[in-house]
Design a protein around this ligand. Structure first.
Ligand code: ATP
Length: 271
C-alpha cells in the first residue's frame, strides 16, 4: 500500500460512451482526506468520471491511479466504496439482511454491520424489508453498504437526491466525520447550495474541469455571492459564446426528475 499517494491521480483521461466523446484529456489530482464536491450540469460527465475512478468505465486512453494503484485493480477492492445512482439493494430483504449479505461478500468484519447501520441512521429500520422504505431510506441502505470495511476512498454519485433537508444535513455531517477520520470523499451533486459544505470543489462542464479550488477561493476569484454565480462567471470569463444560455446546475425541487435509487457496486457496472 502506498499511503503517500494521492487519493486520485488522473492523466489525460479520454472516455467515449456510445457516439459521445465524454471526457477529452482530463487531468485531476485529489489529495487524501476531505470532502471533494463534483458539480456540473446534467450530462457534463460527472458519473463517467466517477466510473473511471472506481474502475468500471472503459477508457479510450490516459491513466487513472487510485490510492497508488491502477483504478479497478484487485488491491483496491476493499479500499474504495462506490454508491451509484441506480438500485442495488435487495427489496425483499431487510436492511440488516442486505448489509449482512454485502458484508459477507466483502469479507468485512461482522461488527461493521451494526456500525454502518447506525452511521446512516437506519437502526430503527434495521428489521424492515427494503421494499417498504422511502426513497431516502433506501438510498441510505446503499450508502451503509458502501461504508462496510471503512474504505479509504468513498465515491458517492448524488447521495443526497430525494432526501429531505434534515437528512441532507445529517448526511453531510456524516461525510465530514468520515473525512475527519481520514477518509477521502468524492461527492457529486447538482445542488449548488451543497457546494459550500465541501472542502474543495471541482466544477465540470462538457467533460472538462472548469475549476478546482475551495469554495471560498472560487467565490473570491469570481466575486460571486454563491457557487452557482461563480460557475456562470467562470463560463463567461472563458468566452463561451453560449455562456448566457448555459444551463446552471439544476436545483432540486418538487419537479426534479429523479428518485433513482442508488446502487452499491464496489466493482460491478456497465463497461
Ligand atoms: N451508456 C451510455 N451510452 C452512451 N452515452 C452515454 C451513456 N451514459 C452516458 N452517456 C453520455 O455521456 C455524457 C456524460 O454523461 P454522465 O452520466 O457522465 O453525465 P453526468 O454529469 O453524470 O449527468 P447527470 O448529472 O445527469 O447524472 C452524456 O452526454 C450522456 O448522454
Amino acid at each position: 500500500m502506498n499511503s503517500a499517494a494521492p487519493a486520485v491521480d488522473i492523466r489525460n483521461l479520454q472516455v467515449r460512451r456510445g457516439t459521445t466523446d465524454v471526457l477529452h484529456g482530463l487531468d485531476l489530482s485529489i489529495a487524501r482526506g476531505g470532502v471533494v464536491g463534483l458539480l456540473g450540469p446534467s450530462g457534463s460527465g460527472k458519473t463517467t468520471l466517477m466510473r473511471a475512478i472506481v474502475g468500471v468505465q472503459v477508457v479510450a486512453s490516459g491513466t487513472v491511479t487510485v490510492l497508488g494503484e491502477p483504478a479497478g485493480s484487485v488491491p483496491l477492492r476493499h479500499r474504495v466504496g462506490y454508491v451509484t445512482q441506480s438500485a442495488s439493494v435487495y427489496d425483499d430483504l431487510t436492511v440488516a439482511q442486505n448489509i449482512a449479505y454485502f458484508s459477507s461478500v466483502l469479507g468485512a468484519p461482522r461488527s461493521d454491520i451494526a456500525r454502518v447501520i447506525d452511521e446512516t441512521d437506519l437502526t430503527p429500520f434495521a428489521d424492515r424489508v427494503v421494499a417498504t422504505l422511502s426513497g431516502g431510506q433506501r438510498s441510505r441502505v446503499s450508502l451503509a453498504a458502501a461504508l462496510l470495511g471503512a474504505p479509504e476512498l468513498l465515491v458517492l454519485d448524488e447521495p443526497t437526491v430525494g432526501l429531505d433537508p434534515v437528512l441532507r444535513v445529517q448526511l453531510w455531517e456524516l461525510f465530514h466525520r468520515l473525512a475527519d477520520a481520514g477518509t477521502t470523499l468524492l461527492v457529486s451533486s447538482h445542488v449548488m447550495d451543497e457546494a459550500t459544505r465541501c472542502d474543495r470543489l471541482l466544477l465540470m462542464r462538457d467533460g472538462a474541469m472548469l475549476a478546482d479550488d475551495t469554495p471560498q477561493a472560487l467565490l473570491g476569484a469570481t466575486g460571486a455571492s454563491d457557487v452557482e454565480g461563480a460557475f456562470l462567471a467562470i463560463i463567461a470569463s472563458r468566452g463561451d459564446v453560449d455562456a448566457d444560455a448555459a444551463p446552471p446546475p439544476a436545483r432540486h425541487g418538487p419537479g426534479r426528475r429523479r428518485h433513482r435509487h442508488r446502487r452499491h457496486a464496489r466493482s460491478v457496472g456497465e463497461r
